[in-house]
Design a protein around this ligand. Structure first.
Ligand code: NDP
Ligand SMILES: N[C@@H](CC=O)C(=O)O
Length: 416
């Protein structure tokens, strides 16, 4: 960071990410940046720093004109929105880690920056320490991208690794993800796939020039998985990963999805384990590239925040080149078909999903499992019902292509 005076930072939140940033700044005293004041919520909580470092009043930081940059790293997306929009209305420079807030309010955040001259960066909001936002924004700014897909939630990936590799029960693996600071305060966001969907929406604006609303992205999480699903994966010689994917069809329409997905040993994502994230970007000229790194945790995420701080100091701002290029927002391809594995106790749901090319796998008392093709439109429409009924929808391939009738294993296949 090249500045001739100490940069004064006002920090909101002193949990995993806030503390991560603070610790990095302590580890590198040569950095000309200092956290001057920290705003937190709970006055009764024990802190690792003396009390005079903290305030419980957000206005104290928002009204302090001596602060150069505000860093927002709190767990509450509503309060984060209030803090960030207030700061942007004051024309301030802000870094946020809050993907839920950015995904739900990107249009507004862009408008406020244009209107009041403030700046907002959010590298930490997507894939922790992997510099994917800036890579997509900068490197892929001019090159058409046809697909961006991968593992965007460290907690889910950690849990799946623990279940597959260490044979740990789900609840124990989730508790570990929470203890290690990977999980959200409300871990439903992680295990339901909602957090991955938020990150996919953010990447969409940079990679495809389309501000996707989270409501447009169907999501099913790893919380829907149970024993027969692991068995199905094993029979197919695959592992299960939570994959978020956005690709462009030949007609130029978009297909966004967040689903547990069968990943084969030959697929790039198979090497992405524990809290790591892995993102495959397919560019028109560069072809496929895999970006892999720590997707959660205090230090990797704190490092992403630090890089945004340094970026702001140098006057860096997102240009959203794809948003500038796209005059008309790309439509979603609601008719796009993909092959899925479904397990449900709600037979009527199978009817409304409009599945085609069905292969019945198993019927055990109330539980039915089958493989068939479904459209994106049906998943968007019935995702809530699927979640409510504890049904699982899992993509049978990361490539979403082959609709070929492949029987999972002779012992599972009851009838065709
Ligand atoms: N953990 C991770 O690996 C990553 C997290 N993120 C995102 O970063 C943000 C922070 O996550 P994380 O550090 O894990 O969360 P934690 O739950 O560890 O910490 C949250 C912090 O926010 C504070 N806080 C909550 N509400 C308020 C409020 N209204 N005003 C002031 N402070 C408040 C809490 O205060 P108190 O201490 O008093 O409870 C706490 O210090 C979230 O948006 C998360 O999604 C992004 C990438 C990775
Ligand atoms: N809870 C998130 C934290 C980083 O974004 C995750 O597990 O990926």
């Amino acid at each position: 960071m090249d500045t001739n005076r100490i940069l004064k930072i006002g920090l909101f939140g002193f949990g995993c990410v806030g503390q991560g940033l603070y610790d990095i700044l302590q580890k590198q005293p040569n950095l000309p940046a200092q956290v001057v004041k920290i705003c937190v919520k709970d006055p009764l909580k024990e802190r690792s720093l003396p009390a005079n470092h903290f305030t419980f009043d957000a206005q104290e930081l928002l009204n302090d004109d001596n602060l150069d940059i505000l860093v927002e790293a709190i767990s509450d997306a509503h309060d984060a929105y209030d803090i960030v929009t207030t700061a942007l209305r004051q024309g301030k420079r802000v870094v946020t880690a809050n993907k839920k807030m950015v995904a739900h309010h990107l249009e507004k955040l862009l408008q406020l920056q244009a209107e009041y001259g403030g700046l907002l960066l959010y590298e930490a909001a997507v894939a922790g320490g992997i510099p994917i936002v800036r890579t997509v924004e900068e490197f892929f700014g001019q090159e058409p991208v046809s697909r961006i897909s991968g593992i965007l939630n460290g907690s889910s990936n950690y849990i799946l690794s623990q279940i597959f590799k260490e044979q740990k029960p789900y609840a124990e693996a989730l508790q570990e993800a929470q203890d290690k600071g990977f999980a959200e305060l409300d871990p439903w966001l992680d295990v339901s796939g909602a957090d991955s969907r938020h990150k996919l929406c953010i990447l969409s604006a940079h990679a495809f020039g389309r501000v996707l609303s989270p409501e447009e992205v169907p999501f099913i999480g790893i919380n829907a998985l149970s024993q027969p699903d692991w068995e199905f994966a094993r029979c197919r010689g695959a592992v299960i990963k939570l994959v978020a994917s956005l690709h462009k069809t030949e007609e130029g329409k978009l297909v966004p999805l967040v689903l547990p997905t069968l990943v084969q040993p030959t697929d790039d994502l198979t090497t992405v384990e524990q809290e790591f994230n892995g993102i495959v970007v397919e560019g028109a000229y560069t072809g496929l590239q895999l970006f892999k790194g720590k997707g959660a945790g205090g230090l990797p995420t704190g490092a992403a925040v630090l890089s945004d701080i340094a970026g702001l100091l140098k006057g860096y701002q997102y240009q959203y080149p794809k948003l500038q290029q796209n005059q008309e927002a790309a439509e979603l391809d609601k008719g796009f078909e993909l092959e899925i594995y479904v397990r449900t106790e709600n037979a009527s749901l199978l009817g409304v999903l409009g599945l085609t090319k069905i292969i019945m796998l198993q019927r055990q008392s109330e539980t039915i499992s089958l493989v068939g093709n479904v459209t994106l439109g049906a998943l968007v429409k019935y995702q809530e019902k699927l979640r409510e009924t504890g049904s699982l929808v899992m993509a049978t391939s990361v490539h979403y292509t082959g609709h070929e009738k492949k029987i999972a294993s002779p012992e599972l296949a009851e009838a065709i």
